[in-house]
Design a protein around this ligand. Sequence first.
Ligand SMILES: Cc1ncc(COP(=O)(O)O)c(C=O)c1O
Length: 407
Amino acid sequence: MVNRFAGPGTRMIFQDVKGGEKPGFLSPEEAKQVRRFHGTMEGYRPTPLGRLPALAERLGVGDIFVKDESCRFGLNAFKALGGVYAVARLLGRLLGLPPEELDFSSLKSQRVKKKIGDLTLITATDGNHGRAVAWAAEQLGQQAVVYLPRGSAEIRVRAIRETGARAYVTEVNYDETVLLALKRAREEGWHMVQDTAWEGYTDIPCWIMQGYMTMASEALDQMAEAGVSRPTHLFLQAGVGAMAGAVLGYLVHRFPGQVPVTALVEPTRAACFLESAAAGDGRARDVGGDLKTSMAGLSCGVPNPLAWPILRDHCRAFAACDDFVTARGMRILGNPLGNDPRAVSGESGAVGLGLLSLLREREELAPAAAELGLDGNSRVLLFSTEGDTDPENYRRIVWDGQEPSPD
Ligand SMILES: Cc1ncc(COP(=O)(O)O)c(C=O)c1O
């Protein structure tokens, strides 16, 4: 059964949650192991989990928690959690080391470099993932080549080049850029480190998703420290869905029978998960075209096949949002009420909060909020997955009011 709602710049569909299989690769045991690895990285520390009681009161929910990933390893986005873990597992495989023995500082050593020799890592990216892979390569004394889709912000290209990586902006969208990078990887014998999977290419994307579990596991610990045993609601934004799939898959293990009510949020023109769920036959659908949106990290039209079954079976709602929705979320997080903590949240980080605010403040969306069961007892968890990775655009939105909310 699929119910549909629409409000200003927003489309939502609701489905009965099927539940079912727990994804074995996202178990708490795996998460513990991954977090142990991240703990071996210099500069690792949990990012802050902001609690926003004043906003919660205004929006008529019990609690709002926002994980602020702008502080992650000084890279301004959560992505390194996955990219670095995947690169470490790749090196571990080349060295014959089991995951439990991986230690970032020893992987950085001259001894390891000598043993492995010269590697080139290649990836396609909106920016954040490529920066993470390029950063990992730099730390490990290896080379990286990064392809970015057409229209990528110059500052994101520069941030990648600053690590010593080669970065190229293509003439095509994200999904076609992935194919170009893959072709180059095959021609050159380079290692593709991609955050999405396809037939015959699942190990690295699986490790990337496992890497993202650290963010979710930190958030649950921090909520527990704040006296909240579990979130009742999750808003997760999706590009290829690896982040959302990893977080939700892990929570399915942590809260059997009490999985939070989850809304998956995508840009209107790149809503491949919404389209897949709407088709209702269990199969994933691609969307093509220019995928144009200010949410560069979410501008992906092909669902990650490792993430799709998790999201299909455990999400309650799928939402497609115009760019003003994330702009609203960015403004709210940047201008907190009362003593709520401030977060600098970039275009791909704030759409969940923007949607939550509309659900509670726009009459047209009240039935959708009711369908989600949002009320004064709801404890909502969101992930602000990036800071101002495009600082000029951040200011155009937050200072100059670009992408205003419609009446
Ligand atoms: C800041 C940010 N948030 C969210 C995402 C979405 O992650 P995924 O592509 O795994 O859905 C991305 C992807 O690049 C991103 O850069």
